[in-house]
Design a protein. Structure first.
Ligand code: MTE
Ligand code: MO
Length: 312
């Protein structure tokens, strides 16, 4: 059967390529043909090597196009469809992350060194925004816990605080001052140390085999799959180890609507809407939202004895 080139979507190509890669040396010719095709059609070409996820929960992936075309990144705009058209002003090379606070010795690490130091793996995760939409993303990254160990935090470091880059030439909304979408830039997020060390928590540098697009938080962003999407802070420039619970940007702006924990919880509604259901990008019908976004087995123990209504 002859396939019309125009009918080939990025995802079929991606899947085909993965199958070819699995087949090994015998398929090198076919595989390179596909690679050429991908280049010609301007489709994402894998530029990362990583260990594949076995996808034990058999999650159905959202497409590359969906994941890169519908974004929340208020430093550009509040228009989810608009972010990708504006995100080119973010320059991600060179890029450094500053590590400070309660560590043996503060330091700065270059993104290039991070890429050399940490081996990458794929993590296929559900991702649930507090607004009621969700998707399944094949992230590429490494465990935040591994990175934290190398930061050598002191014993009184109880929380980790993250900051997005502050640069009002790269992020137009940061130049708007009090008229900006976020009350006070840079965007801040935080995790309790045990949440940060949980093996599900990753720093992501790519998705679908390719380094992150700017709209998804290039060059490096947090992914915490059992929490609402706003915890997964993008384009990280600073990581601080601190004694007290950090005040995250959304809590600062609307404390009765957004807390520090932000665990996905269908039983605790947002003051303005229900959290019982969610719409997966590209789907017509809503589906049930799962406790801890389906990661209850892995993370429920972190919150034993806590009132999840109070600590929302
Ligand atoms: N710096 C920064 N990080 C951010 C945001 C943002 O506006 N600025 N939005 C958050 C929200 S609300 C969501 S749902 C996710 C969206 O990630 P995505 O665009 O890759 O899907 O990023 C989170 N991280
Ligand atoms: Mo979100």
């Amino acid at each position: 059967m002859k396939i019309n080139q125009n009918e080939i979507t990025p995802e079929t190509l991606f899947e085909n390529r993965r199958k070819f890669i699995k087949l090994g040396a015998a398929s090198v010719v076919a595989s390179s043909t596909l690679m050429e095709l991908m280049a010609k059609e301007n489709l994402p070409t894998s530029d990362l090597s990583y260990k594949k996820d076995t996808n034990p929960n058999n999650l159905e992936l959202n497409t590359y196009k969906q994941i890169t075309s519908y974004n929340n990144f208020y430093e550009f705009t509040t228009s989810k469809e608009g972010v990708k058209h504006m995100a080119h002003t973010l320059v991600t090379t060179p890029w450094t992350i500053e590590i400070d606070g309660l560590v043996e010795k503060p330091f700065t690490i270059d993104m290039q060194d991070i890429m050399k130091k940490y081996s990458l793996e794929e993590r296929i995760y559900r991702f649930r925004c507090v607004e009621g939409w969700s998707m399944v993303v094949p992230w590429i990254g490494f465990e935040l816990g591994k990175f934290i160990k190398d930061c050598k935090p002191l014993s009184d470091a109880k929380y980790v605080r993250f900051e997005t880059l502050w640069d009002d030439e790269m992020f137009p909304d940061q130049a708007r001052g009090v008229f900006g979408n976020i009350k006070r830039y840079p965007y801040v997020e935080g995790l309790r140390m045990d949440e940060a060390m949980n093996p599900l928590t990753i720093l992501s540098v790519g998705l679908y085999g390719k380094t992150l697009e700017n709209q998804n938080g290039a060059p490096i962003r947090l992914v915490v799959p059992w929490k609402y999407g706003f915890k997964s802070i993008k384009s990280i420039a600073k990581i601080s180890f601190v004694k007290d619970e950090p005040l995250n940007s959304w809590q600062e702006m609307a404390p009765h609507e957004y807390g520090f924990y932000a665990n996905v919880n269908p039983k605790v509604d947002h003051p303005r809407w229900s959290q019982k259901r969610e719409r997966v990008l590209g789907e017509l019908f809503k589906q049930k939202t799962l406790m801890f976004n389906g990661y209850e087995k892995e993370v429920a123990h972190l919150y034993k004895g806590m009132d999840l209504r109070k600590n929302f």
